[in-house]
Design a protein around this ligand. Sequence first.
Ligand code: HH2
Length: 283
Amino acid sequence: MDDIHAAHIRACHVRIALSPRVLVVGILNVTPDSFADGGRFLEPQRALEHFEQMVGEGADVIDVGAESTRPGAEAIDEREELRRLRPVLEVVGKRATVPISVDTRKAGVAERAIDWGAVIVNDVSALRHDPRMASVVARAGAGLVLMHMRGTPRTMQRYCRYDNVVEEVGDELGARVRRAEAAGIAREQMILDPGIGFAKQARHNLALLKGLRSLHRLGRPLLVGVSNKSFIGAVTGDPVRRRAMGTAAAVAAAVLGGAHMVRVHDVGSMRAVVRMSASIAGT
Ligand code: HH2
């Protein structure tokens, strides 16, 4: 990696972490099987069009993922993950006007994605999956999303036992922050995420949204991903294609609860929800 790219990476994620605005992270899933948009953007041309559309709609960051992490999902190997990411990241990576994050648990994928232009690694395993991930992130100086989960996407729903979910998620995230720090990653690089839908039942997700502000004790920006998730269907009875209104309410709750970034599929609509709820929160 050259010095200019390294400086660009640092500048991007520092700017993100210090932003006074609530940021909208647009989701781009180049997968055949994601729960909400699987198969829609697997074809590179369609993925690139969707990328540009989200930029046009005001996305502040775009999170590109090639492996579904929905409950029960089977893992894919590194070659396949890179095969899906490459045609998108090679085109937009260094030319995009917004920072790109890569949603991966694999160090080899993160490394290539950073070479192609990603500035943030969104690791839903919070460094538990790949022992090499911490050194890749530390060396690149990239941003790092540490998300709360127990087990793996395939097994996580076996581990939904909590006495006090808000406190336990906070404590477990705190432990991941310390682990990352011990591996040479600066706190300034980290963004924390309570992992809505990961090793949680609907009532845990609702409690986390209600109690979100208490995670400010960890001292890092909070990213929250509620978009179209099944806890919304559990409350409203809506199938995944009809969860826009439930998503809007959950995004508003996250913003009013102190989220710094929200991860959404529909950038255009949710940007308005973020602006409105952030204006109310700021008054
Ligand atoms: N949710 C999903 C995937 N990655 N990363 C973070 N940091 N936070 C989240 O809440 C989160 C995430 C699941 O959503 P999606 O990417 O739409 O689905 P799939 O995993 O099926 O591709």
